[in-house]
Structures are given as structure tokens and as C-alpha cells.
Design a binder for this molecule. Structure first.
Ligand code: SF4
Length: 367
């Protein structure tokens, strides 16, 4: 009979413990959240807050900031206080910054077992400080900084090595009664990453933070992340996601949101259904689709807008959408909720679609 599926065709979400990252629930039946990481110097409070504001506007729900120096740690109270979304302090090597981040009011701390040998003796203190503050800790294992002992044992940072590292670090916290944890096991190879998360998911019920690390520039990184997250999320694995791109972090958020929307794990805000164009096209579909997308960017009302190049599939898709255009003979038939409401010259297609989108949005908000 196969696995039961949800309405969207994905497997039911795997039941994980629920933790709170500030006001954002992660795990349990909480919706999958999207996070990113700032690229500014954390010590530059204004620049970091500015970037956090841009990320928030793009839909980012949790933000992580790197804390490599004392100046960065000193900036955390102001950043944690003024950020509109929960701030996670990302800490390697220096246990003292973990305590600084907790005191600063950060919503969580990320530590890396491969880079925290010095931490192991202090796990008890860290667990107590985090428990007293009521904040979770992310155990963030990364293939590029795997514990030397495990590298020797497995020969390379394979899925088993990543999982063992994560569960070992969790066990240290568990010994102190601390289970307010979430885990990531990142690898640059989507196949290894998928295998690691599957194994991890079978062995614990901590919420999982998905990431393909060092995924590459925007185009390659988007494809790797979409593929890996898609496979895992469709299997019900994953509670929060971070797309890593060598590109501005707002792009990471946009990609993350698109992945969730494409899997039906989040309601779409705006969906543009546009055809690839072909020899039958009677209008410049690329330009038209780009203009419509740009004009409706940031539109919050869930609308499906079809931009179609000719009458082959045009009227059908346009009719299925909330709003659409089917082009032909230098004109565009404008559809609203399945009915042709007007036919306009090609030069007026974009403005007419925008007008109709605004009108529909008002109606939907009013209803
Ligand atoms: Fe080609 Fe028309 Fe299909 Fe667009 S809608 S791809 S122009 S056949």
C-alpha cells in the first residue's frame, strides 16, 4: 500500500520534539521554518541589524550571526534586543562566547562538535546556562570540520561519521539532563547529506535543521538545496531549513520559501505560471513574465497568475489561475477567476494584470 501521504503528496511529517527558538516553534507539528545567516561583521551592529531587517522583510524567520571575536560577542545584546526575528549565535572554538550569547539574550546557540573539543569538559556548565535561560542549542555538525577521531575512524566525513558526531555531542548534553536540542549534519554533497539526515532521523527525535553546506554559487546551490531538501521534506524529514549560497542571504531566504511552497508545505503567496514559450508564441513571454513577476514582487495575497504565450495551453491555464493572460495576434485575453473580462492590446497586458491583481487582492482581503 506504500506510505500514507498528505494532501500535498508528501509523507506525513516525522514527529519530532518541539523546541522554541525565541517565538518560533521548531519541530513537533510546527510549520517548517526558513532561516539564514548574516554576512556582515557581527560587531558592526548597525550593518547587521540592517541586514536582519532585509532578511525579515524577505520572510526569514530565524537569523544566525557568527561570533568569532570578543567584539562580536559584545555586539550580541544590542542585536538580540533590536532584531525583529530570533537571533542564534554561531560559535566555534570559544566556550566563553556561548555564555556571552546566552547572557546577551540570544534565542539559541549553535555549537560545532568538531570545533569544540574545549567545550566537552564544559558541557555541564553550558547545559545549565542554556536551561536557566530557557534556550535551545543546535548541534551543528559540518563535514568540513568533523571531529578528528571520527575522520580517522571512518576515513572521511561520510553519513555515518556525521551522525555519530551529532549523537555523541547530544549524549554529552543528555548526561546533564539537557535535551532542548536541534541537530544539523551538513555536507556539500546532497547525496551524503540526504543519507546522513535519513540515518539521523531514524535514530533520534530531535528536530532537524536541514542544510547542504557550501552548496556553491546561487544557481548550483539552489539546485543542490532544492534537490536535497525536496527529497527529505517529501519524506517528512526536516523542521527548519537554511539554504547556503555564495550569494546575498536574502536570496537564500527566497529560495527556501520557494522550496517549501513548491512542496505544498507553505501556502503560496504569489505563483506565476508562465509557459517556456516556443515557436508558436505570439508575444514575448520572457519579458511579459518578468514584468509581471517584478510588478507583483512582495505581493502577500495568495494569487496564481498565468502568463501564456499563445492559444494552445493559454486559455486553459489562464482559466485555472486566479488571474491570467492568453496572448495571440498582438492582443491579450485577460482572465479573472476563469472568465475573460477583457481583451487588451499587447502593450497594456502588464498594467491590466496588475490592476486586476490589486482588485482581486482587495476583494480577498475584504472577504
Ligand atoms: Fe508555446 Fe503556446 Fe505552450 Fe507557450 S502556451 S509554450 S507559446 S504552445
Amino acid at each position: 500500500l506504500g506510505m500514507p501521504t498528505t494532501r500535498t503528496g508528501t509523507a506525513p511529517r516525522r514527529r519530532t520534539r518541539r523546541i522554541m527558538v525565541g517565538s518560533v516553534p521548531v519541530g513537533g507539528d510546527a510549520p517548517v521554518s526558513v532561516q539564514s545567516m548574516t554576512t556582515t561583521l557581527t560587531a558592526d551592529v548597525n550593518a547587521t541589524l540592517q541586514q536582519i531587517a532585509e532578511l525579515t522583510a524577505a520572510g526569514c524567520q530565524i537569523v544566525r550571526v557568527a561570533v568569532p571575536s570578543a567584539d562580536d560577542a559584545a555586539a550580541l545584546p544590542a542585536i538580540a534586543k533590536k532584531s525583529q526575528i530570533p537571533v542564534i549565535a554561531d560559535i566555534h572554538f570559544q566556550p566563553k562566547y556561548v555564555f556571552a550569547a546566552i547572557d546577551a539574550g540570544c534565542a539559541a546557540v549553535r555549537v560545532n562538535p568538531g570545533n569544540i573539543k574545549k567545550f566537552d569538559d564544559r558541557v555541564g556548565e553550558i547545559a545549565k546556562a542554556a536551561a536557566d535561560a530557557g534556550i535551545p542549542i543546535r548541534i551543528g555538525v559540518n563535514a568540513g570540520s568533523l571531529d578528528q577521531r571520527l575522520l580517522e575512524k571512518y576515513g572521511k566525513a561520510n553519513a555515518d561519521a556525521l551522525v555519530e558526531s551529532a549523537l555523541w555531542e547530544c549524549s554529552l548534553f543528555e548526561e546533564h539532563g539537557f535535551t532542548d536540542l536541534k541537530i544539523s549534519v551538513k555536507h556539500h554533497d546532497p547525496l551524503v547529506m540526504i543519507a546522513a539526515y535519513r540515518k539521523l532521523s531514524a535514530r533520534c527525535d530531535y528536530p532537524l535543521h536541514l542544510g547542504v553546506t557550501e552548496a556553491g554559487p546561487a544557481f548550483q546551490g539552489t539546485i543542490k538545496s532544492a534537490l536535497a531538501f525536496g527529497v527529505l521534506l517529501a519524506d517528512g524529514i526536516g523542521d527548519t531549513i537554511r539554504v547556503s549560497l555564495s550569494a546575498p542571504p536574502v536570496e537564500e531566504v527566497k529560495v527556501g520559501i520557494q522550496i517549501l511552497e513548491s512542496l505544498g508545505l507553505r501556502e503560496r503567496s504569489l505563483e506565476i505560471v508562465s509557459c517556456p514559450s516556443c515557436g508558436r508564441a505570439q508575444v514575448d513571454v520572457y519579458t511579459l513574465a518578468e514584468q509581471v513577476t517584478a510588478a507583483l514582487d512582495g505581493f502577500k495575497v495568495p494569487l496564481r497568475v498565468a502568463v501564456m504565450g499563445c492559444v494552445v495551453n493559454g486559455p486553459g491555464e489562464a482559466r485555472e489561475a486566479d488571474l491570467g493572460v492568453a496572448s495571440g495576434n498582438g492582443k491579450g485575453q485577460i482572465f479573472v477567476k476563469g472568465k475573460v473580462v477583457k481583451t487588451v492590446p499587447e502593450s497594456q497586458i502588464v498594467e491590466t494584470l496588475i490592476e486586476e491583481a490589486m482588485r482581486l487582492a482587495e476583494e480577498m482581503e475584504g472577504s
